[in-house]
Each structure stands twice: as C-alpha cells, then as structure tokens.
Design a protein around this ligand. Structure first.
Ligand code: THU
Length: 133
C-alpha cells in the first residue's frame, strides 16, 4: 500500500465516522476497508435503543463489502477519537475473510495519529473448527 492509498483509506474512515449514529454512547467510530482490487468500503457504528443491537463500524463495513461482492481485503482503517482497536467480536468476524490484515488505528485527538497493527497480532488464537474430526 503506497502512502497515497494509505492516506485515502484513513480519510475515508474519518469521513465515515462523521456519519456514525452514536446517540447513546457518544463514541463515534468510522471504518474503511481496502479491498484486494483497491476499492474502499466504509462503515460507521449504528447504535440502537436496545443497546445490544448496536452494530460496530467494522462489521458494518465488512457487511457492505461482502454484499457488494468483495471477499479479499488488504487493509482496514478504524477512526475514533482515541484510536481504539476493533472489539473481540469484530476481530473474529474479520478473521472469517482474512487470514491476515493490516489494521490502521486512527486516533483523531488531540492530533491525528495512526498506529499500525495486524489482525494476527490482535487475534492470535482464533476459533477455527477442525475439519478432520
Ligand atoms: N464500537 C465500534 O464501532 N467498533 C469497535 O470495535 C468497538 C466499539 C462502537 C460500538 C458503540 O457504538 C461505541 O463504539 C461504544 O462502544
């Protein structure tokens, strides 16, 4: 991923964050997936009055990507005020489609700062049923 592609992915996650529906927590998150063929697919968190029905930004982005026919991904950017990493549920759902994935954790305050991690590091011992038993 060249630096222009990286910057565009980060900007897409930041833009998606502005559309978050986070009226209960006040914590807005934007996500942007970079597909194998270079498309950017975004998501934001969508909260619900029944709090457990809240959808995370990462899973919204992944669901949109799958629905649009993408199954292979190069990178994911997640933008928030504090630069949070994807929750455990999102890690497992991402692992469904990605053996490995570059994950850019974008912290927007007090200044823009991005930290790069990998899905393997975030989820080292993923659930994978054995196929031979
Ligand atoms: N959230 C995400 O969108 N992604 C994560 O990986 C962690 C949490 C959202 C869910 C909820 O709307 C808000 O952040 C506070 O938990």
């Amino acid at each position: 991923m060249d630096s222009e592609t990286r910057e565009k992915l980060i900007a897409a996650a930041q833009q998606a964050r502005t559309r978050a529906y986070a009226v209960y927590s006040g914590f807005t998150v934007g996500a942007a997936l970079l597909t194998a063929d270079g498309a950017r697919i975004t998501g934001c968190n969508v909260e619900n009055v029944s709090l457990g029905l809240t959808q995370c930004a990462e899973r919204v982005a992944l669901g949109r990507a799958i629905a649009e026919g993408h199954r292979e991904f190069q990178a994911l950017a997640v933008a928030s005020s504090t630069g949070v990493a994807p929750c455990g549920a999102c890690r497992q759902v991402l692992a469904e489609f990605c053996d490995e994935l570059r994950v850019l954790l974008v912290q927007e305050k007090p200044i823009l700062h991005t930290r790069e991690v990998s899905l393997l590091a975030l989820l080292p011992d993923r659930f994978e049923p054995k196929t031979d038993s």
